[in-house]
Design a protein around this ligand. Structure first.
Ligand SMILES: C[S@@+](CC[C@H](N)C(=O)[O-])C[C@H]1O[C@@H](n2cnc3c(N)ncnc32)[C@H](O)[C@@H]1O
Length: 211
């Protein structure tokens, strides 16, 4: 019961005590993954960037700092009302200038045109997508040819929480996700081991191969 509730909240945090606790946990535990996803994306000042499943918005904040050119633009998409509100408060100043736009919605329906995004990143998110194939296809659709997507995760931590009974019925193992990315049309799909501040984690890279 408790682990099911926690899994539910990790997948879609809601307003209230549970959502508040999960948000505190995400801010503490996942900041390193969010910051490194942004670093590994090698965001250029004039890029158009999208984060899927931004949660409390720490990665968005980091990515916004990289977009120093007036053409630089950051989009975020998350289907939790609560996370949308928390991140909107965090990014308020950049939202007001139009540099950042946040959408409330699911990855299978990204409200962007085809071929507009240079970089996509997401952390601890694909596990919860209702349909990996539909999500990957939609991300691929909005990416420019040659655009880069980076996904960061901590496999050791994931295995521990799975052993504790969490993330049941989710698709957390990276291999099936990477296979779907490959089928969708991404190339150079690879998983690399990384380290920051003495903490090991993994990064999945995928490049949108398009004519
Ligand atoms: C475990 S949290 C991770 C949040 C943040 N990326 C981090 O690492 O701290 C997963 C986030 O992905 C969002 N999410 C899950 N499935 C989603 C989907 N299908 N479309 C959009 N957002 C989704 C959830 O609402 C939640 O904010």
């Amino acid at each position: 019961m408790l682990v099911e509730r926690l899994t539910q909240q990790l997948g879609k945090p809601t307003q209230g005590l549970w959502g508040w606790l999960v948000t505190r946990f995400l801010k503490k535990k996942n900041k390193l993954l969010e910051v490194n996803a942004v670093k590994l994306c090698d965001i250029q000042p004039e890029n158009v960037v999208l984060e899927v499943g931004f949660g409390p918005g720490l990665g968005l904040q980091e990515a916004a700092r990289c977009l120093t050119h007036p053409r630089g633009k950051l989009y975020g998409l998350d289907y939790s009302d609560y996370m949308y509100n928390v991140a909107s408060r965090r990014l308020q100043a950049d939202i007001q200038t139009g540099k950042v736009t946040l959408f409330l919605g699911s990855v299978e329906h990204i409200p962007l045109e085809d071929n507009v995004v240079d970089r996509v990143f997401h952390c601890n998110c694909y596990y919860f997508w209702p349909d990996l194939r539909a999500g990957s296809k939609e991300i691929y659709r909005v990416m420019k040819p040659g655009g880069l997507m980076v996904t960061t995760l901590n496999l050791e931590a994931l295995k521990k929480i799975v052993a504790a009974g969490l993330l049941k019925h989710t698709q957390w193992p990276p291999e099936p996700y990477m296979a779907v990315l490959h089928d969708t049309g991404f190339v150079d799909v690879r998983l690399e081991d990384k380290q920051d501040k003495g903490i090991s984690f993994q990064a999945i890279f995928a490049t949108a191969n398009k004519p």
